[in-house]
Design a protein. Sequence first.
Length: 356
Amino acid sequence: MAATAAATRRFLAPGRVNLIGEHTDYSGGLVLPAALDLGVTVTVTAAERIRLHSDGHTARVDIAADGSGDRPVGWGRFVAAVAAQLAALGRPPVGIEGSVSSTVPPGAGLSSSAALEVAVATALCAVADVALEPLVLAAACRNAEEEAVGVPCGILDQAASVLGEPDHAILLDCGSLAHEAVPLPAGLRLLVVDSGERHAHESSGYADRRRELEAGLATLGWPAPAELSPDDLGALEGIPLRRVRHVVTENARVRDTVAALRHGDEAQLGALFRGSHESMRDDYEITTLALDELVDLAYAAGAVAARMTGGGFGGSIVALVHEDAAERIASEVVEGFTRGAAIARLCAASAGAREV
Ligand code: GLA
């Protein structure tokens, strides 16, 4: 019998926007992301090695199916680290050959690297007939991110990419990994505005923030910040106080946002997003003047709620806007922006990683 050519299969993993719950994940707190209708697509056949090329990148990846050997540079670092993490979980060394394409803008705070990791991991598991629990796959991809670029991130981005549901945000407790889908109110759209200011958490203050937070938590005897109130922070002062206070109040804002979404309480959503942005600006010190300006412009144009989203130090804001005003608000924010060329995207909350 003639051998049949290996079938071409296509896998998609979305980027994410975090509605609220910023820098809460790596201390076991609450986050509320939505997967986006922007993502990374991997179109491959099963093969002996992992051989991938990508639109927009000249560098190709050509590595062993278990990720072993010399580490590639550039985007290939993520691929190799994912393959190595999955090999450590017992995935048989089946390779993939084909292409990678992305609609997630890199460095915009929308988790382009997590989408790449999750898309590659989903493909590698599928061709090897390995079925991992979604959050086990997400954790492997989180570990790959840290292995590839040394960023001590939490599980937010990768979890959002696997758990996403159309028209829902995902409430995830990063401590217990319990999660539930929270419907987004009909009539509200997600507006993501990219400041154009680029950041890479390899070199941003991301790791410093985590260290400063943990110094504060160590002084308090390592409590779970999601169970603290601001009144519990009397033993702290200065930077550790501000870092812990952000995380404590941000966890509370995630709970309150879920309640406000369920009740369609727009005034409360506006106040919570505003409070989150101010806490990131003043206590966690991760916003930029460009992000502060975009948030002000969004509220001035009539957004229900707006705040910086993602790791910070550049990237995007997320706003909740009424459907019938969405286009107008998007253009007013972009036109009013004085600190560069912003790009507005009206997005839909989408399904998580899957074969397409
Ligand atoms: C980045 C990290 C996430 C999370 C956010 C901030 O996206 O990868 O783990 O910490 O920043 O909420």
